[in-house]
Design a protein around this ligand. Sequence first.
Ligand code: UT7
Length: 324
Amino acid sequence: MTTRAVVIGVGHYLPERVVPNSEFEKTLETSDEWIRTRSGIERRHFAAEDETTSDLAMFAARKAIENAGLEPDDIDAIVVATSTPDLTFPSVATMVQQKLGMTRGFGFDVQAVCAGFIYALSTANALVVSGQAKRVMVIGAETFSRIMDWTDRGTCVLFGDGAGALVLEAQDSAGDISDRGVLSSDLNSDGRYRDMLYVDGGVSTTGDSGKLRMQGNALFRQAVEKLSSTATAALDKIGLNDDAVDWIVPHQANIRIIQGTAKKLGIPMERVIVTVQDHGNTSAASIPLAMSVGVQQGKIKKGDLLVAEAIGGGLAWGAVVLRW
Ligand code: UT7
């Protein structure tokens, strides 16, 4: 018998305001055509001025709790992946705890930029299998619109805001690859690549939150290689290969990266969940958003084998294999 962290609820939230590519044509030397062909993005959602990351996270969490048929106090822990918290501290997780009306449990944030949800899911799994929590809410939530330089056409057209959430529950399982739940993970980082994607401000440097800077083309070249190798490594750990995979749920940064990674893994695009056209790059929120949309669309079903993979600032990258 093995304890597995099994997904029992999923939900997402997108802010009301939808911004099509054409809106950037008014202020920047760019075009809908360039953005579509280079990134696959057609539109993105931006949070309202008074809407914060913890608001987005709370709405997604409420839906996941409802989907699981639970009440907030049935949750033992909240792990939020974000790089755009409401405040330097306290954590977004504790704000979500309060907004949900939870009176027990604990919460904390994980920061691994666009790979954040992979790190958070892996951490939540560890809490469950070690017996520290029976039910864990894992959330990816971001307001990247707040760290955009609106004069930099190489970045500001690519990102969006949103949140997605999963509820994991400890369940007794056979201990083999037919089990539902998280089956393996592979985490990596390499700080030597820091200049490829970073924010040029922070508490102990400039004292403000700064703006996102990215060497898009250099990062692009790293992405396909690292994403395919981390996905393969996570599958290798449990003796599986690409044939066993029902769905790749990739970080949604660029359709060309998603296609290149799928091709390297030998998985046809029909088995890849793609939301980048509607959400843009929502950093740590992109994978749980894609999972939630994939379920809503009737694609991801109970028992399917999923590989989620992501890369972002750090560089930090990784993959999780889970059976839905
Ligand atoms: O979430 C974390 C992970 N993030 C990523 O993995 C992002 C990785 N990078 C990318 O997605 C792509 O590199 C971009 C979409 C950012 C850029 O696509 P690219 O094919 O790598 O283009 P590029 O950076 O090589 O730029 C090509 C040209 C440049 O002009 P010149 O130097 O050739 O004259 C850019 O200045 O496109 C220009 N350009 C634009 N043109 C119109 C850059 N941004 C824009 C724009 N509109 N918005």
